[in-house]
Design a protein around this ligand. Structure first.
Ligand code: G3P
Ligand code: MG
Length: 251
């Protein structure tokens, strides 16, 4: 039987759908989140950036080509221009406001990854964090995360009550833990190969952080990470993992 670690922070959900439903639907579109929900997921990660005129919307890449029928840097277009694009199977790019309305309607938790356009980190953190309350979201229903400390710092300065997490991968700065402390993070979201064992997880918990991890698509690896005390798993495999009965918060 798995035991859950002590945790003084608000609990993150255990299972989190990556970009909605991984690769099972066009990523970061409302149909993807709806598909994840249909598979029983009630928590989702997504990537948020700003249009040229400052509208927060969902898109992973800096450029439009891979996931839309548009071209060039996403941050060069206004929202009116972006709204005309096809983000897959006829679905439009969603605004953060549209996702928030859907999340409220379905009682869904959101991990909003701040994915700033180049040179736009501070504005992205500030605009997104400032927008959340007006979108009807609650602080226990949102986690702001980013690989970009400048974006998290701007979110912290603009709206400090929204929970923050530093994303880390193999390219993380050597002083990432000091950065996360300075940013007042409640969690670390680690690329799962960095999660080397229960001692690594325990070391982060001792600093006051939950450990979330991405992108975990293998059931055995997921069980290992949970046994080590990982609080939340971001997965593409919404059709295979997170089965009913294993969806309770990890702390
Ligand atoms: O937020 C976890 C994960 O989404 C980070 O990597 O490239 O999929 O946004 P990426
Ligand atoms: Mg992401």
């Amino acid at each position: 039987m798995l035991t859950d670690p002590p945790c003084s922070n608000p609990c993150s959900p255990r299972w989190i759908g990556h970009r909605g439903a991984g690769k099972l639907a066009p990523e970061n579109t409302l149909p993807a989140f709806a598909l994840g929900l249909a598979h029983g997921f009630t928590a989702f990660e997504c990537d948020v950036r700003l249009s040229a005129d400052g509208v927060p919307f969902l898109l992973h890449d800096d450029r439009l080509e891979r996931t839309t029928n548009g071209h060039g840097p996403a941050g060069a277009l206004t929202w009116a221009e972006l709204a005309r694009l096809d983000a897959g199977d006829g679905a439009p790019l969603p605004t953060l406001a549209a996702l928030a309305a859907w999340a409220r309607a379905h009682g869904v938790w959101l991990n909003l990854e701040l994915k700033p356009n180049p040179g736009d980190a501070a504005r992205t953190g500030r605009v997104v964090a400032t927008a959340l309350a007006g979108l009807g979201l609650a602080a226990d229903g949102v986690l702001l995360s980013s690989f970009v400390p400048e974006a998290l710092a701007a979110a912290q300065a603009a709206a400090p009550d929204w929970p923050r997490a530093l994303l880390i991968d193999a390219n993380a700065a050597p002083d990432w833990s000091a950065v996360a402390q300075r940013l007042g993070c409640m969690a670390i979201v680690a690329h799962h190969p960095l999660v080397s064992g229960p001692d690594w997880v325990g070391a982060q918990q001792a600093r006051g952080w939950q450990v979330l991890t991405y992108t975990v698509n293998d059931a055995a690896r997921a069980q290992q990470l949970l046994a080590w005390g990982v609080a939340g798993l971001i997965t593409d495999a919404v059709d295979r993992l997170g089965v009913t009965g294993d969806r309770t918060p990890a702390c």
